[in-house]
Design a protein around this ligand. Sequence first.
Ligand code: PRP
Ligand code: GUN
Length: 184
Amino acid sequence: MDAKDMGEDLEKVLVTESRINARLGEMAAEIDADYAGKDLLLVGVLKGAVMVMADLARALHHPCEMDWMAVSSYGAGTTSSGVVRILKDLEIDINDRNVLIVEDVIDSGLTLSWLVGNLKSRGPASVEICTMVRKPLAFDVELDVRYVGFDLPNEFIVGYGLDYAEKYRNLPLIGTLAPHVYRS
Ligand SMILES: O=P(O)(O)OC[C@H]1O[C@H](OP(=O)(O)OP(=O)(O)O)[C@H](O)[C@@H]1O
Ligand SMILES: Nc1nc2[nH]cnc2c(=O)[nH]1
């Protein structure tokens, strides 16, 4: 799928496929350097992180393992509770492991704040965060994000793993939807 396949549904392109690929290369180089001589376990947060996980892992020279979590957020955006439920937990024991959480987007930051606390309680050697996109609200919560692809404005975005009603995840760029899509 590309921008042409979207027709009138794509309002604007915020990050092109080539900028995503270039930034992924830079992030992978930083991660390679930071984890030299250390083990590395990538933890992807389903479903949105599938694309960034697959591309980041292949851009790394450092050997890594991969595992996945699925979580469901309650009240994010309407309350500050940030209560999260685990739908699928890790299969790998992260005790003494260097964990790098891989995300597509950090918006309110509530999902990640909760997840970092949850993973830290399992005795890992370290927990860091890598996200392709960070939105401005994320600065309101205390969250130390080590690797950020792009800081974008507070708009609803799709593509590169990000969906609207489960669609557009396979768009290779990041963009916004035309208003008629939300009405249909
Ligand atoms: O910073 P927050 O406001 O907490 O939002 C970020 C979360 O929202 C998205 O997941 P979503 O719930 O859309 O699920 P999905 O990845 O399955 O699409 C994203 O992948 C993060 O996990
Ligand atoms: N698709 C999508 N999911 C999100 N989850 C949190 N913020 C966003 C966003 O901008 N787009």
